[in-house]
Design a protein around this ligand. Structure first.
Ligand SMILES: *Cc1c(COP(=O)(O)O)cnc(C)c1O
Length: 391
């Protein structure tokens, strides 16, 4: 007898949930390229009316996205930042919002340069410290936004503990889950209310789609986000929605390979005398190794540690020469794809942060952030080795 869909394993569901076979029998969910839908009468109540408000390709994708995080609701957006904007649009003047201090640069910019005049009181705090977090809560605190693991230092916030604290004060918790992806961490299962993804990263996985998502378990928040989504209209196109739906089918196999490659590379870097620091949640030397082991697990329950590694090269290595010797490892921002990417946070993603602040945080000029892909691990290691030693 066929199992009910919700009893199936995660990997099976990534391929089947939302991917309905229509009356034509097409094995793959078709793309509906249309902006509007014919209505049977002037006052009908059709499921689809106008594509900003809903379309079959988007509905298929959102059903699939909700499944990834065991969510009641999911909303697709045209980028991770559009999804993030929708979260902050829920709040009104006088509300107080706590945010992890090491958030993604775009989120920092959104808050300090775009939303700063809207009279919502945003405060950046160290969310890895539960005491600081508890002390920062006020009567008007409405949201705690976590980013864990953080970029590029891979600091973790304890989602379960933060959610317990927030619940007592009736505060929503949102988590930017971009760095682990849904395979490696599912914050709603740990008590969060909203999960945000830059689906540009692991969920799309091929560095070819810009898109975002919110998965939501709080019904009031879902209602607000739905209105913001279909009124603001920052939606992925039907083609991008379809590409994403296709990409998620291989999420498990892609990230299992990426995570495995990253574990091997992190150990190799750790034993390399030309590398002065390795930050990877799967190394015992990571300050929060125990929390990583508790919080990051695959849908089958196995501990996983992600495919993001930050490491610092010996100061005798010239970064420009190192970069010139890379060929399969691409020098680029972004992460989470099948193709390995490397970046220098100091001069790239964090260029606008003052030197003093970066140094205090540990973002030094020779710190590199490596997003490990699915190439053969021996090829990745030999390229790193070559680049370090031909300098
Ligand atoms: C990339 C990224 C974002 C922004 O997403 P876009 O799809 O680029 O808009 C937000 N948070 C994190 C952690 C990211 O890596």
């Amino acid at each position: 007898m066929a199992k009910k869909k919700d009893k199936l394993h995660f990997t099976t569901k990534t391929i089947h949930v939302g991917n309905k076979i229509d009356e034509t029998g097409a094995a793959v969910t078709p793309i509906h390229f249309t902006s509007t839908f014919r209505q049977p009468t002037f006052n009908s109540n059709s499921e689809y009316v106008y594509s900003r408000v809903g379309s079959p390709t988007l509905a298929a994708l959102e059903e699939n996205l909700a499944m990834l995080e065991n969510a009641h609701h999911a909303f697709a957006f045209s980028s991770g930042m559009a999804a993030m904007t929708a979260i902050f649009m829920m709040f009104k003047p006088g509300d107080h919002v706590l945010i992890s201090r090491n958030v993604y640069g775009g989120v920092f910019r959104l808050v300090t340069k775009v939303l700063n005049d809207n009279k919502v009181d945003f405060e950046f705090i160290d969310t890895t410290n539960l005491e600081t977090l508890s002390e920062s809560i006020r009567d008007n605190t409405k949201l705690i936004h976590l980013e864990t693991p953080s970029n590029p230092l891979l600091e973790l916030a304890d989602i379960e503990q933060v959610s317990n604290i927030a619940q007592k004060h009736n505060i929503l918790v949102s988590v930017d889950n971009t760095f682990m992806g849904s395979y490696g961490q599912r914050p709603l299962d740990l008590g969060a209310d909203i999960v945000m993804h830059s689906t540009t990263k692991f969920l799309s996985g091929h560095s070819d789609v810009l898109s975002g998502a919110l998965m939501v378990n709080n019904d009031d928040a879902a209602e607000k986000i739905s209105l913001i989504q279909n009124t603001g209209g920052a939606l992925p196109s039907p083609f991008d929605a379809w590409l994403l739906l296709r990409s998620v089918k291989t999420l498990s196999v892609r990230v299992e390979k990426q995570f495995k490659n990253a574990e091997i590379i992190a150990k190799w870097l750790d034993s390399n005398s030309r590398v002065t620091k390795v930050i990877y949640p799967g190394l015992q030397s990571h300050k929060q190794f125990d929390l990583a082991t508790k919080q990051h697990y695959s849908p089958d329950g196995d501990p996983v540690y992600g495919s993001m590694i930050s490491f610092e090269l010996d100061s005798s290595i010239k970064l420009d020469n190192f970069a010139k010797n890379l060929s399969i490892i691409t020098l680029a921002e972004s992460l989470g794809g099948v193709k390995s990417l490397i970046s220098c946070p100091y001069s790239m993603t964090h260029a606008s942060v003052p030197h003093q602040e970066k140094t205090e945080l540990g973002i030094t000029p020779n710190l590199l952030r490596f997003s490990v892909g699915i190439e053969h691990v021996d090829d990745l290691i030999s390229e790193l080795d070559y680049a370090m030693n031909h300098n």
